[in-house]
Design a protein. Sequence first.
Lengths: 120, 144
Amino acid sequence: MSLFDTPGIRTLESYLDVAEARQTLIASNMANIDTPGYKTQDLNFKQALAAAESGQDPYVAQHAVNGLLARPDGNNVNLDRESCLMAQTQLQYSTGIALLREEFSDLREAIDGGPGGSSS
Amino acid sequence: VNLFGVLDISASALMAERQRAEVVTSNLANAESAGANPAKVYRRQEVVFAAEPMGGFANAMAAAGAPGPEGVAVEDVVTDTSPLVKRYDPGNANADAQGYVHYPNVNPTQEMTDLMEAVRSYQLNISAAQAAKSMIQQTLTLLK
């Protein structure tokens, strides 16, 4: 294990991958809001995170969402659901970024020789 | 797969919604393009949307077995074959031998609601693109 490849950084990287994949699917659902027959897609977060951590693509955990009311043309994209999920995913992504910055600043502190270090 | 792919998906939707708005405005513009010959009178046009696998994703996802994220594309523009509106107006320059004028099968109310829907969907996809943009910008703060 190298200095920059800590378990924390690796997990956060997978977490960001999953949040990004989810955001992509939400954008895809929104893009297809007027496509006849399109079914809402989402990720199983737990499976996607496990997949990302083992180096697989998070989309292996992709599934069509059940229980949504379909319109007569077969499309079941719900705008409110997608908007809320988009806000949620963005916040999750921000959390991941903030934690990752924290990890990096810890490393930097170690490189600098602690809070009272010589440089910066 | 990266966040720039999200922008591609939203962009595909913006293009599709824009084309839809263009078709709708063309219908509205021709709502009164009447004529004597029904075969030559303007008929309402309609776009058909279809989900479209995004380039890079499509190849990667075929192996994984999941459809992956999909953009949208205008698959076809079809002509509405419902009957034209026939009005008896013998004095009109566009009247046929029997005195009927044939008006396009365009219903302005229907077109206006369709146009509003296209505009709202356009705005929706703009906000999705902005969300992706702010996520990309956050990633850049890791470099600071």
